[in-house]
Each structure stands twice: as C-alpha cells, then as structure tokens.
Write a protein that binds this ligand. Structure first.
Ligand SMILES: *[C@@H]1O[C@H](CO)[C@@H](O)[C@H](O)[C@H]1NC(C)=O
Ligand SMILES: *[C@@H]1O[C@H](CO)[C@@H](O)[C@H](O)[C@H]1NC(C)=O
Length: 277
C-alpha cells in the first residue's frame, strides 16, 4: 500500500543557519535544535503551552512513521507564510529534522516539501497533489501528524470532503507545562490550564471548524480565504500551475475551487464523478 505521511507545519524555525547539528539522532524530548522558543516565529497563543516543543514532537513522529513504512512518502507542508521571512514553514521544519539527526540515506529521497499551503485544508489537498506529481500515483493510505485538537477538522471535514479512504490521525500536544513551571499553587494552575484548553477548543470551533463546515474549500469571499491571503505575503496562491497535472481532471478541479464562490465550487464538486484516489 502506498502511504502518504502528512506533517502540517504551524510556524517557522528561523535558526537553521546558526544552530549546530546534533551529532547523534535525538529523541523527541531531547533538548537540542528546535527547543529554544526564540528560534521560532510564534503567534501569541502559541507561547503559553510551548507549542514549539509540540512541533518538534510532530517532526519526530512523522519521521518515526516514515522509517517504519519503507514505501511511504513524507510530505512536510507549509508555505512562505511570514512577511520578510525567506524560508518556507516546510523547509524550516526539514532543517529541524536535519539538525536533530533524523534524515538518513534510507529516508532522504522519500521526503517532499509542499511550499504553498496556507491552511489545513490546503495541507491535505496539496500533499495529495505533490504525492501524485512525484510518484505518479495517488496514496492509498494517509497518516496525518498534528495537534490532537485538530483531529476533527482533518478527519471529519477535510478528509471527508476529499473522500480519502484509510486515514489515520496521530494527535500530539499541546502539552501544558506543569504547575512548577509557572511557580503558582496547584489550584491556580488547574484554573489556568482549564482556561487555556477551553480557549483552544473555542477558537478551533469558531475560527476553523465552524467556517470549514460552511465553506469546505476556503473559497473567495470567505473569512477562510481572507486568512489565506494574510498568510501569503508573496501572493503565490496555492500553486495551481505547479500542482495541476494531466490526466487528472478531479485533482485539477480541486486546485481551482478557491477561486470560485462556495456555491459555484460546491456545484462543480457535485459534478466531479468518480475520484481517482
Ligand atoms: C555552535 O557551536 C559553536 C562552536 O562550538 C559555538 O561557538 C556556538 O555557540 C554554537 N551555537 C549554538 C547556537 O549553540
Ligand atoms: C535562545 O535564543 C536566544 C536568541 O538567539 C538566545 O539569546 C538565548 O541564549 C537562547 N537560549 C538558550 C537556552 O540557548
């Protein structure tokens, strides 16, 4: 079975040039490249629970799956989302993997970078497109590594819209720091922790799943589309020219949906016929 492993990125690691590579292969919780919070460009909500440590764990999990599945391909997915930063999210994650000793002769040719995606739906769509472009076939199985709270979004929304079969989700983090880290009493920590996860789930619903339920593809005119524009300072779009392939009309149609309104895209979707994957 041909397997796609998808590692969606959430940030940019900026210390690829300055950090020293580890001499040994590190484990997911070993301090080393990727562990310094100031080496990442984080959004305000990504600080409290040390999200960068989860990113490192995601990278390790993706490589563990890659090494355990000799026929699998890993797509690291994330575009040039930050203004003034000249490295893509996905290439920066690859550098973390390299610095932590995870790239080997056995896996190096099976790692592909999607450098266009601007949201989770594009992570999945473009990973499939890239897999097809590089291998000539579509994956028969997909393994996604990401935050636990995005499980519903990937499995129940994106994967269903794309009608993918055999999808596994590996949810990791965020792991909330313990009470000692904050130097506060246990009961205050409980409250703080609860508020953090309540906010997280509230935001996931309000700013992601509620929106994707109404607009599966992040079409023009939607809040999802505006967010993609804000994450696309170089105005590269989703790479339609790069990812379109013959003879794949279904794939190519998906690559154009975000330039339609959702009702137009939905009508075209309903007319697609059988999917090739
Ligand atoms: C990398 O190694 C050099 C030489 O040992 C050292 O001077 C430098 O501080 C190290 N850089 C980091 C980011 O640890
Ligand atoms: C983390 O990176 C910052 C900025 O490069 C540096 O000043 C700091 O010493 C680093 N911290 C550790 C623990 O290496």
């Amino acid at each position: 079975m041909t397997t796609l492993i998808l590692l969606p990125c959430h940030s940019v690691f900026t210390a690829a040039e300055s950090a020293n590579a580890s001499e040994n292969k590190l484990g997911p919780r070993d301090a080393g490249p990727g562990f310094n919070q100031s080496d990442w460009i984080l959004a305000p909500f990504q600080y409290e629970a040390n999200d960068h440590l989860s990113f490192v764990e995601h990278i390790h999990k993706a490589f563990e799956l890659l090494d355990a599945n000799p026929d699998a391909r890993l797509v690291i997915s994330g575009g040039f989302t930050k203004k003034g930063v000249s490295i893509s999210e996905s290439n920066s994650y690859l550098q973390v993997a390299r610095l932590r000793g995870l790239i080997t002769k056995q896996n190096e040719d099976r790692i592909y970078l999607d450098e266009y995606a601007r949201d989770s739906y594009e992570n999945l769509l473009l990973a499939i497109a890239l897999f097809r472009k590089r291998t000539g076939t579509f994956p028969q199985r997909t393994k996604i590594v990401g935050f636990e709270f995005k499980r519903y979004r990937f499995l129940e929304l994106h994967a269903k819209v794309l009608r993918l079969k055999h999808v596994d989700y590996y949810g990791i983090g965020p792991s909330y720091p313990d009470a000692a880290t904050f130097e506060i009493p246990e009961h205050e920590w409980e409250t703080k922790r609860k508020r953090y996860f309540d906010d997280l789930h509230f935001s996931e619903k309000k700013f992601a799943t509620d929106l994707f339920e109404q607009d599966w593809f992040g079409c023009i005119g939607s809040k999802l589309y505006d967010k993609k524009v804000s994450r696309d300072p170089l105005k590269r779009g989703l790479g339609k020219e790069f990812y379109s392939q013959e003879p794949e009309p279904v794939l190519n149609a998906f690559l154009g949906f975000d330039q339609l309104t959702f009702p137009e895209a939905k009508a075209a979707y309903d007319d697609l016929g059988a999917f090739p994957w």
